[in-house]
Design a protein around this ligand. Structure first.
Ligand code: HEC
Length: 149
């Protein structure tokens, strides 16, 4: 049954290889967690920031487990090597509760995302530091604190 479904889906989207079908949802998840990470850090909600850093790291683990090769790039391994240390630098910023270290480290993380998009012929997927207020129905400032600390 799963095989039949797969064939049917494959027939509907002939341009997608199985690895595209696997990688795209992982990247969408990465984008959401990375974006929420920004709002949490900007609001100096260190507990929530730590939570999203952990989620980003788990996304890297999922990329490693998926073992996808894109334009000759081992996506999981490259993600670990390229953005793993940038996530660790942000963990340090959280430990030190440093908003300025977080903001500059976040820009470095986003550069890492775009470096790999370039290396895998997806440079047209360009991630940016979020601008303006959040579109999420979620509080990013610590509960009980003013919205803009
Ligand atoms: C090691 C390589 C690599 C890294 C690192 C990487 N990406 Fe990607 N990303 C890709 C590839 C390859 C695709 C194209 C996937 C496809 O073909 O479906 C992609 C696609 C995407 C997409 C498009 C998904 C869509 O449907 O709109 C988004 C968004 C994205 N990445 C976000 C990120 C973010 C945010 C980061 C950093 C936190 C990141 N990526 C880091 C390789 C990478």
């Amino acid at each position: 049954m799963a095989g039949v479904l797969f064939l049917l889906l494959g027939g509907c989207v002939p341009a997608d290889s199985p690895s595209d079908l696997e990688l795209d949802p992982l990247m969408l998840r990465m984008q959401i967690h990375t974006e929420k990470l920004y709002y949490a850090g900007k609001a100096e909600n260190w507990e929530l920031t730590g939570f999203y850093l952990h989620e980003v790291d788990e996304n890297i683990e999922d990329l490693e487990a998926a073992q996808i090769i894109e334009e000759g790039v081992d996506v999981g391994k490259r993600a670990r090597d390229l953005i793993g240390p940038r996530v660790e630098a942000l963990e340090e910023a959280v430990k030190n509760q440093s908003r300025s270290a977080f903001i500059s480290g976040y820009g470095t993380l986003i550069d890492g995302c775009n470096q790999c998009h370039g290396a895998t012929e997806h440079g047209f997927i360009h991630i940016e530091v979020p601008k303006g207020p959040t579109r999420y129905s979620q509080r990013f400032a610590p509960v009980g604190a003013p919205t803009e600390p």
